[in-house]
Design a protein around this ligand. Structure first.
Ligand code: NAI
Ligand code: MG
Length: 505
């Protein structure tokens, strides 16, 4: 679609001045191909968590903005659904190409607003968005049904049809990736989407939406910023929204599911985790220690639903493992997220700082428990009011401690020794959550046995990677409902199967 569809207040070319770009994106939703302010005119500040400075304002959406965005998406959906699915896929894949040319600016913007380090996190995330769009963009031809033998002279077939307008609510921890896992399959399947960004991270997702709107017809992908109860809730309850997909906390997931149940619409939920990592003494020691750091997502300040926040290590190597892990975390550099030397950036917000610090204080005050603070706080004066928290490794916590049972969503992990396989399997499964797990051993019989018996949507042996396109991803128990990231998840969650029968007797 022509660039002129956008009221062009932002640079067309990639802009490596993240502050300038943040200012240009200030105060807008994106509806019908246009950057527009809130109906109420209200805005809220966007803060760089590394310095505490305001870098932009975001439009503060409410029910009136939801109405405008959903009405526009409903209008666009009729045309979009009529376009051949392969053509829709081709447009989504074309968006991937445009995003690739803007990867660096998107990475800088996400580092600016979330405090995630550019080298270790933000750049990786920006590239993954393009990968996800490319993957789903190639699946247009797969929006197909089957023929079903029924009776002579009757042709029975199923066809896959889109659901309509999809409401997508996303969090701040990996906003671009988690958004792409929703919009790409929804669009390719013929739905249109209204995304509500997280209040802590509205800018980079808006830039992606704006770039994609240069290629997609207006209204296919609209975006609102705003707070949960004021802007997210009316999106879920809006009568024209026919499907909701949500990633965030368990309590809000329950609110969203209840509202969807009231309307009898399908809902996909990707919620929290308390993911166990189980380390046997016969593991490849160095590789596993390094794996513990990536599993715990220390470079994302532990702000990950799959963070290995419970690590169980077989007793013969327990002390050596804890010491080696602490030593490696000590060597990680905490600092300015935009500095290439930085491994670990900041916590997202004051609320999350208070929450994580509360857990750490509770762990420190637990009789018998030991908490090691690793890595050095940054010393640069301009970062003095930055939201930095040292990674913490706790040992000797009682199994009923809140640190062991609840999702902390910060750089805090708890390590336990174990003696016996059956006991550690029970301990790992003794959780409200069931998102991800990993097992580290050279005994593949044990590894596979655990893979089958661990209660989780994703189990990895001798690695612990983040979500990958083409592999179904999603939790069991309180970790969520439904899967994302795969062909099957696109068909199952963003289409319905219509049966058509023709009697030609
Ligand atoms: P949250 O669940 O409150 O926010 C996630 C999204 O839901 C945001 O866009 C928010 O505006 C929206 N939202 C909030 N209330 C809503 C409502 N009533 N109706 C519709 N949408 C609503 O998560 P928050 O407060 O950012 O983080 C709190 C905790 O949640 C974290 O400490 C972490 O444990 C967990 N969390 C888990 C995530 C995951 O990836 N599974 C992501 C973010 C948070
Ligand atoms: Mg919240």
């Amino acid at each position: 679609m022509p660039d002129t569809a956008i009221v062009q207040t932002t640079p067309l070319e990639p802009c490596l001045d993240e502050r300038k770009l943040a200012a240009a994106l200030s105060g807008s939703h994106l509806i019908g191909g246009h950057l527009v302010p809130s109906v109420s005119g209200k805005t809220f500040p966007v803060v760089n968590p590394a310095t505490g400075q305001q870098v932009a304002v975001a439009a503060e959406g409410d029910a009136a903005d939801v109405d405008a965005a959903v009405a526009d998406s409903a209008r666009a959906q009729k045309e979009w659904a009529r376009m051949p699915s392969r053509k829709r896929g081709a447009l989504v894949a074309q968006c991937a190409g445009l995003i690739r040319t803007h990867v660096e600016e998107i990475a800088r913007l996400i580092a600016l607003e979330t405090g995630k380090a550019l080298r270790t996190e933000s750049r990786v995330e920006a590239n993954t968005v393009a990968d996800v769009l490319e993957f789903f963009g190639g699946l247009g031809s797969e929006i197909k049904g089957e023929s079903v033998p029924f009776a002579p002279n009757v042709l029975s077939v199923t066809v896959r049809e889109p659901l309509g307008v999809v409401g997508a609510i996303i969090p701040w921890n990996v906003p671009l990736l988690l958004m792409s896992l929703k919009i790409a399959p929804a669009l390719v399947a013929g739905n249109t989407v209204v995304v509500k960004s997280a209040e802590e991270a509205p800018l980079a997702v808006l830039r992606i939406c704006e770039l994609m709107n240069r290629i997609l017809p207006p209204g296919c992908f609209n975006m609102l910023s705003g707070f949960g109860p004021e802007c997210g809730a009316p999106l879920v309850t809006h009568p024209a929204v026919r499907k909701v997909t949500f990633t965030g906390s368990v309590p809000v997931g329950r609110i969203v599911a209840k509202a969807a149940a009231e309307k009898l619409i399908p809902v996909t939920l990707e919620l929290g985790g308390k993911s166990p990592m189980i380390v046997f003494a016969d593991c490849d020691f160095e590789k596993t220690v390094a794996g513990a750091l990536t599993s715990m997502r220390f470079t994302r300040q532990g702000q990950s639903c799959t963070a290995a926040s419970r690590i169980y290590v077989e007793r013969p190597i327990f002390d050596r493992f804890v010491a080696a892990m602490a030593e490696r975390v000590d060597a990680m550099v905490m600092g300015d997220p935009l500095d290439e030397a930085t491994d670990i950036g900041t916590i997202i917000s004051d609320d999350q700082m208070d929450r994580v610090k509360g857990f750490i204080a509770e762990g420190m005050a637990t009789p018998g428990a030991t908490g090691r603070a690793c890595s050095a706080m940054p010393s640069a004066p301009e970062l003095a009011s930055g939201k930095f928290i040292q990674p913490h490794i706790f040992t000797n916590l009682p199994p009923d401690s809140r640190l062991v049972r609840e999702e902390i969503f910060g750089p805090v992990t708890c390590i336990f020794p174990f003696d016996e396989a059956e006991a550690v399997l029970n301990a790992a499964n003794d959780s409200e959550y069931g998102l991800a797990a990993s097992v580290w051993t050279n005994n593949l019989k044990i590894g596979l046995e655990f893979a089958h018996r661990l209660e989780a949507g994703l189990v990895q042996i001798n690695q612990n990677l983040v979500v990958q396109a083409n592999l179904s991803y999603g939790g069991v128990k309180s970790s969520g409902l439904g899967k994302e990231a795969s062909l099957e998840s696109m068909l199952e969650h963003f289409t319905h199967k219509k049966t058509i029968m023709m009697n030609y007797a």
